[in-house]
Design a protein around this ligand. Structure first.
Ligand code: 4NP
Length: 161
């Protein structure tokens, strides 16, 4: 089982988009049983709220269903996840501040798996939900390719048990 958590600030725009995009991508490859996929915010400012409507609309336009309720990241989740994929440098800074600098090896910017590793700009401020979707989609695709190429033993472990 590969435990993946996507992380942004509020957990109502980018990280739930990433959770639902990656969930669909993994399903399309018949890899669902190999993953536990969730998402969180570094802040509790939106805790309990649903996906922000323009983000949800963008997902639906791309044929990606699903819901999410915003949750604040906890130390337990930081410990239990193999990958904590943040959207931007500010999320990375906030996560390392929360952990006191620990677990740095698994707190990674999502787009660092792509050939063009820029931050995923926050559509809460840019209002460009389509660009956020494309940036997140490419990040998820490249992350999955990385796992399949470089971490195949994580999948083999599932097959043995
Ligand atoms: P997210 O976007 O981090 O992608 O979920 C935001 C959501 C809410 C706020 C900021 C960013 N806010 O300031 O409430």
């Amino acid at each position: 089982m590969i435990n993946v958590a996507f992380v942004c600030l509020g957990n109502i725009c980018r990280s739930p988009m990433a959770e639902l995009i990656f969930t669909q991508m993994v399903k399309d490859r018949e890899l669902t049983s190999s993953f536990r996929i969730t998402s969180f915010g570094t802040s509790d400012c939106e805790e309990g709220n649903p996906i922000y409507p323009p983000a949800k609309k963008t997902l639906i336009m791309h044929g990606i269903p699903g819901n999410h309720t915003a949750r604040h990241i906890s130390l337990k989740e930081i410990i239990n996840n193999d990958y904590l994929l943040v959207m931007d440098s500010s999320n990375l800074f906030d996560m390392l501040r929360l952990t006191g600098g620990k677990f740095g090896e698994k707190i990674i910017k999502l787009r660092s798996f792509t050939p063009n590793p820029h931050d995923v700009a926050d559509p809460w401020y840019t209002r460009d939900f389509e660009k956020a979707y494309r940036d997140i989609y490419e990040g998820c695709e490249c992350f999955l390719e990385y796992l399949l190429k470089e971490k195949s033993q994580m999948f083999d472990y599932d097959k043995r048990h």
